[in-house]
Write a protein that binds this ligand. Structure first.
Ligand code: RIB
Ligand code: CA
Length: 306
């Protein structure tokens, strides 16, 4: 089977770790590069966490460090959700740093795209700072991008601001650059993540899946995005799920604008489902998900991890 080439831009992050596990052991995806960005925790920690995961699995995917702060917004974090390390709950061995590139993630992404014989799909599952910088520094690279399939935004209410989702709220200006880029965009917002749940019985099954399952189970004990008894939200795995099983989603092609100036609303994704703004659609928005299909898919995908 021909694998789909992707680059994952990430801020690990416990839900990022689960999304990376699924992507790294999928037979359908060819991960050309993992770029890191400040988000859930600072850049040193997100980079270390990406390296720790790759070392844990013995995967030699190149890693490139990206932006250590948003374009303009004040840095923030989600340590209350993921812990101070960004992946609290499991004591990873020191990471092998031999796959850490010296060049900045933006240049590494640019080089990877340019050297590829085929277009590559970008899969951002953190703030969009690196992607925005890429588009500003190398606008011509758009022709080498197949699509951008991202976790972020919300059709309804937020989880960082009243109306803004964390990844978009971290760097509203970067998000606006990406949504105005004209690139083929798929947005997996909070609205599907809130239904992409791991319940206690699922966590118990994950724990019995061996070394990766035990590690993920330990992380889930510290993950505060949801309540273990009502379900933990697998936000970032929704972006990977779209790549592999898009049929589990209900999708609306519509116009999405990113608010950047509102004192109370910066980072809000304004998803114009009814066309009030009279703009051409610029994104496929996942507006619903079959939660049972997602759950079965997640468990079977994690079972593939060693
Ligand atoms: O709002 C959820 C997003 O913010 C996820 O990507 C999670 O990892 C955090 O980065
Ligand atoms: Ca993330």
């Amino acid at each position: 089977m021909k694998k789909r080439p992707i680059i994952i831009d990430t801020d690990p992050g416990i839900d990022d770790a689960i999304a990376l596990a699924i992507a790294l052991f999928s037979e359908e995806l060819d991960i050309r590069l993992i770029s890191t960005v400040a988000g859930n925790v600072g850049l040193e920690k997100t980079t270390n966490n990406a390296l720790k995961l790759l070392t844990f699995w013995g995967k030699a995917v190149p890693v490139a460090r990206g932006a250590d702060r948003p374009l303009l917004a004040a840095p923030t974090n989600a340590e209350d959700v993921h812990g101070a390390s960004g992946m609290d709950g499991y004591n990873f061995p020191d990471p092998d740093r031999s796959n850490l590139l010296t060049e900045h993630a933006v240049n590494a992404i640019y080089k990877t795209l340019n050297e590829s014989a085929e277009k590559i799909t970008l899969v951002p599952i953190g703030p969009l700072t690196n992607i925005a910088l890429l588009l500003r520094m190398y606008p011509g690279v758009k022709e080498k991008i197949e699509a951008v399939v991202l976790m972020g935004g919300s059709v309804t209410r937020g989880n960082k601001g009243v109306m803004s989702e964390f990844n978009m709220a971290c760097d509203p200006e970067a998000a606006r650059i990406v949504f105005e880029s004209g690139l083929p965009l798929v947005m997996a917002p909070l609205d599907v993540g809130r239904r992409a749940l791991v319940h206690p019985e699922d966590a118990a099954r994950i724990k019995s899946m061996g070394r990766t399952g035990e590690m993920i189970y330990a992380l889930l004990q510290h993950y505060r995005s949801g309540d273990i008894n009502r379900g933990l939200k697998m936000y970032d795995s929704c972006a990977v799920a779209y790549l592999l099983r898009p049929e589990m989603f209900e999708v609306a092609e519509t116009y999405v604008a990113v608010e950047t100036t509102g004192t109370l609303t910066a980072g809000t994704t304004v998803v114009d489902l009814k066309g009030y703004l009279k703009q051409r659609p610029n994104a496929k928005v996942c507006v619903d998900i079959n939660g049972a299909v997602f759950r079965d898919w997640l468990l079977s995908a994690l079972k593939r991890c060693p």
